[in-house]
Design a protein around this ligand. Structure first.
Ligand SMILES: Nc1nc2c(ncn2[C@@H]2O[C@H](COP(=O)(O)OP(=O)(O)O)[C@@H](O)[C@H]2O)c(=O)[nH]1
Ligand SMILES: [Mg+2]
Length: 601
């Protein structure tokens, strides 16, 4: 790859008239980033109109020019230092700005915060501090401007620095530096100021150059969210292609890879491109299809990473900031759909920690997030998800929230959250609390019925004889005089099959929860309940078992076990004969003391 010049996006914020445009204009002029004669032309124009020259006019003139060109982007200015290229974003409206920043349309790696030394710290100066924190921008410099208006007095600068530092510390933000400047005159912008010999620190340009830059995408750790899994169609060709876009890093043939959240490991056998020859390597920005050394099964949505590199977080809880655009407010405990890279999972807000109104930039303490507000929230997903922190890797650290088929919010992940509280446990606690137990104990029922209760889940691939075995088992147990019921819940009812009237991600979760509750009810009444479910994964099994608890759940897998690392009690071969299958399942139930030993066949 050709050596590229480093680029850094910087956002500039500050109260109106504190000198943002002037500072940007001055940076452009002092770094020689303007077209020849531009400044002179604008100055002449001012003279003709008998107006004093303003750097803001200079920026306006540039904007007009840009608008005629290809990019109509009025809020950006470009300048170069010896070290790198800068793009300065002058945030016009806060709503647009926050939306763009959080949705990933724009990304600021550093911020300049301008405060007028003469006017002092304004409410807006504080609000901007909040915004920086919400966006998680770590590289922040505060420019105390218009020092000429306070006679370049060190005491004024030190007082503002002390006061503003105190405020920033309260919101947990640590600015890199404070620079006393007179933007209009160029003091400490790109050169040291003769007027402020008492200041020995870096000028604004030096501060910017000093901000550390993230490595380019291809040099970061490898992340490839799995978009789809294709099978070769050739005769007897059993290979599978894992397809996706490499978001960051590089991967080579022979690399050991891990798929998360499942944790499955494998090794890259080949890298195929859709319209090209086989290659040895794929890197950030490329879409590729990879084959693996050993055959295995995963679902789309997993993130492929390298075993030798820093792994992403795998968790069901994280803290994030969301920018909310939904018509209905974002509320606690309602189920939304979370999309992060190619993963889609049900999610709830377990806690709203803090809310900031994007229009007024006023922060408040409330338990929901309205349209055009930014909420710092704890999210809980219904299954583990793999993610990075937005500050480390944007592609796997940002997400969108879907409410009623519409993207209603965008978020950036700030940190994983580790605690034992989870929505399922809370739900079960509530259920148990509200449950009026009868005087007949499970032991009484077992005595009377001649067996204990159980939920038997028969799982495996589609069309492997699961339903036939389930029904045969029901009949056999019924013949033995047991209280048994086959719950013929179809894939469609379970939300597992394509059903366009329902959101599949949420539908499946809802259906499994209902099934778990139903199972709990039926096993609580002393029944042996049998059901069959196609391709249930470890986590979904866990959900069923937890809901059915304290009653027991047995899992029988038919055919190749594709999605379960644990939790299978019995494996049957594909299309196993009903008689054989029943014998094995009954043996299992006898060993587990659900049935008496006399039934051991
Ligand atoms: N005296 C003085 N005036 C300045 C300085 N920097 C900016 N200004 C003036 O402050 C006013 C507002 O500046 P501007 O850059 O448009 O502020 P913005 O609203 O933050 O973009 C303009 O009249 C500038 O000329 C400075 O260092 N000293
Ligand atoms: Mg301005």
């Amino acid at each position: 790859m050709p050596p590229e010049r480093e680029q850094m996006n910087v956002v500039i914020v500050g109260h109106v008239d504190h000198g943002k445009s002037t500072l940007v204009g001055r940076l452009l002029v002092d770094t020689g980033s303007l077209p020849e004669g531009k400044v002179e032309a604008v100055k002449k124009q001012c003279e003709r109109n008998a107006k004093p020259f303003e750097y803001a006019f200079l920026l306006d003139a540039l904007k007009d020019e840009q608008a005629q060109g290809i990019t109509i982007d009025t809020a950006r200015s470009f300048f170069k230092s010896a070290k790198r290229d800068y793009i300065i974003i002058d945030a016009p409206g806060h709503i647009e700005f926050l939306k763009n920043m959080i949705s990933g349309a724009a990304r600021a790696e550093a911020a300049l915060l301008v405060i007028d030394a003469h006017e002092g710290i304004k409410e807006n100066s504080r609000r901007h501090g909040y915004v920086m924190r919400f966006l998680g921008i770590k590289n922040v410099a505060v420019c105390v401007n218009k020092m000429d208006l306070v006679k370049y007095d060190q005491k004024v600068f030190e007082q503002i620095k002390a006061d503003y530092t105190k405020f920033l510390n309260e919101i947990d933000l640590k600015p890199q530096s404070f620079v006393p400047i007179a933007a209009f005159h160029g003091d400490n912008v790109a050169a040291a100021s003769k007027n402020m010999p008492w200041y020995r620190g870096p000028n604004v340009l030096e501060v910017l150059d000093g901000f550390p830059k993230q490595a380019p995408l291809h040099a970061q750790v490898f992340r490839m969210p799995v978009q789809d899994i294709y099978k070769f169609t050739g005769e007897g060709d059993e290979r599978r292609i894992i397809a996706g876009r490499v978001e960051t890093g590089t991967v080579r043939v022979g690399d050991e890879v891990v798929f998360l959240p499942s944790g499955k490991k494998n090794r890259v056998k080949s890298i195929e491109y859709f319209n090209g020859p086989v290659r040895q390597e794929a890197f950030a920005g490329q879409s590729a299809g990879l084959t693996m050394d050993t055959e295995f099964y995963i679902r789309p949505g997993e993130v492929m990473v390298k075993a030798s590199e820093k792994l992403p977080q795998v968790s069901q809880k994280f803290k994030a900031n969301v920018f909310w655009m939904g018509k209905q407010p974002l509320v606690q405990d309602k189920v939304y759909k979370l999309k992060i890279a190619t993963q889609q999972v049900p999610v709830v807000v377990s806690k709203v920690l803090h809310v900031l109104n994007a229009a007024q930039l006023a922060s408040s303490q409330k338990s929901y997030v309205d349209r055009h507000e930014v909420g710092e929230c704890v999210f809980e997903t219904m299954k583990p998800v793999a993610f990075d922190l937005a500050n480390d890797i944007a592609a796997t650290g940002r997400f969108v929230l879907v409410d009623q088929y519409e993207i209603a919010g965008g978020g950036i992940i700030l940190a994983p959250v580790f605690d034992n509280e989870n929505a399922l446990n809370t739900h079960i606690k509530k259920r148990e609390y509200g449950w009026e137990r009868s005087h007949i104990t499970p032991e009484d029922r077992a005595q009377k019925y001649g067996h204990k209760s159980a939920l038997i889940v028969i799982t495996g691939k589609i069309d492997t004889g699961k339903q036939r075995i389930a029904k045969a088992l029901e009949e056999a147990l019924f013949e033995m005089g047991k209280n048994v019921y086959f719950l013929g819940i179809s894939n469609r009812l379970l939300g597992l099959a394509a059903d366009h009237s329902k959101d599949r991600t949420l539908g499946k979760f809802e259906a499994l929860t209902q099934l778990g509750e139903l199972a709990h009810l039926m096993t609580d009444s002393g029944l042996i309940l049998i059901t069959s479910i196609t391709d249930i994964d470890d986590h979904e099994l866990g959900l069923l078992k937890t809901l059915n608890y304290p009653n027991r759940t047995f899992v029988v897998n038919v055919g190749e076990n594709r999605f379960n690392a644990s939790g299978i009690d019995l494996d049957l071969v594909e299309n196993e004969d009903s008689g054989q299958a029943i014998k094995k399942i009954v043996d299992l139930l006898v060993k587990a003391v659900v049935l008496d030993p006399e039934y051991m066949i």
